[in-house]
Write a protein that binds this ligand. Structure first.
Ligand code: SF4
Length: 281
């Protein structure tokens, strides 16, 4: 089991910067049997969530509508989803780098495959590259990326690719639903998401994270195959390919909506409590 969260002075200062109230966990309770009880037993900040349940009705792999599955959108010039599903990390990264399965390949400077430790137990899934990400080939850079890094640091995580999963800060792997930038940062289109999703699905299969933090509407709705807004999905543990998923707001949104940072901190606390209570599940 991971060590309980403790915040040092630097982390407290970072959270103060984020404008959130610092919450400290109680001493660890005996591990409950499932993550369902994890949410119930979490400290009062988390226990105050309404309807804190495993939402298996959102389970992605069982509820894909036929017209949105990758198989229903065969690639125009990219590997078949069934071939992607067999790739190792180098093959997958090479496939993304050369992918022309949707029109976004025409305007990209770089594909944005993912960053972080491939031994990480935590995975962050965002939406799509923006201008800076497209230039640098890295997810979550610029001001939103800095905020994400501060949020992750506050719970003892780092995107460093050589992070030791047994030490603090522990590693986190970060990837987007789309690997290429939509022009003008427009919203991703359903067909683009459908064509790109096999890559993300394979990243999850290779990484086998213990928990996924989904940030932003398109990431959340793609993973959970729902059209519900984030506000209605927060505070519950969902599943993607049997991996617990906690949903929260995109850091770029948090930069524009400062009061929502407190909610984002609550989401991180729920993720921590869930991760600590699913050990061995
Ligand atoms: S967004 Fe995804 S599917 Fe489209 S070209 Fe880029 S890698 Fe391929």
């Amino acid at each position: 089991m991971n060590a309980p969260l403790t915040l040092d002075a630097r982390q407290r200062a970072m959270l103060a910067e984020m404008g959130v109230r610092v919450w400290q966990p109680k001493p660890p309770a005996p591990p409950p049997e499932t993550a369902r009880t994890a949410a119930v037993n979490a400290p009062e900040k988390i226990a105050s969530f309404q309807d804190s349940t495993w939402d298996k009705t959102q389970k992605h792999s069982k509820n894909l509508p036929p017209d949105s599955t990758p198989q229903a959108a065969p690639p125009a010039a990219g590997p078949r989803p069934q071939d992607v599903a067999l790739m190792d990390w180098p093959a997958l990264q090479a496939a993304v780098a050369g992918c022309q399965a949707c029109g976004l390949c025409a305007g990209r400077t770089h594909t944005v495959f993912g960053v972080g430790s491939r031994q990480a137990e935590w995975m962050v899934v965002g939406e799509a590259p923006g201008e800076q990400e497209d230039r640098q080939g890295q997810p979550f850079v610029g001001q939103a990326g800095k905020l994400l890094d501060r949020m992750l640091a506050a719970i003892g995580l780092t995107r460093a690719d050589d992070a030791d999963p047994a030490k603090k800060p522990a590693g986190v792997y970060i990837a987007n639903v789309l690997k290429c930038r939509p022009p003008g940062n427009r919203n991703p289109q359903p067909e683009e998401i459908a064509r790109c999703e096999p890559y993300l699905r394979r990243q999850v299969a290779l990484l086998r994270p213990k928990i996924i933090l989904a940030l932003g509407r398109f990431a959340v709705q793609t993973l959970l195959q729902t059209t519900e807004p984030i506000g209605r999905l927060r505070g519950r543990v969902h599943l993607y390919e049997d991996v617990p998923v906690i949903v929260s707001y995109h850091p770029a949104y948090l930069l524009r909506a400062l009061p929502e940072k407190a909610k984002a901190w609550e989401d991180l606390c729920l993720a921590l409590a869930t991760r600590e209570n699913i050990e061995g599940v």
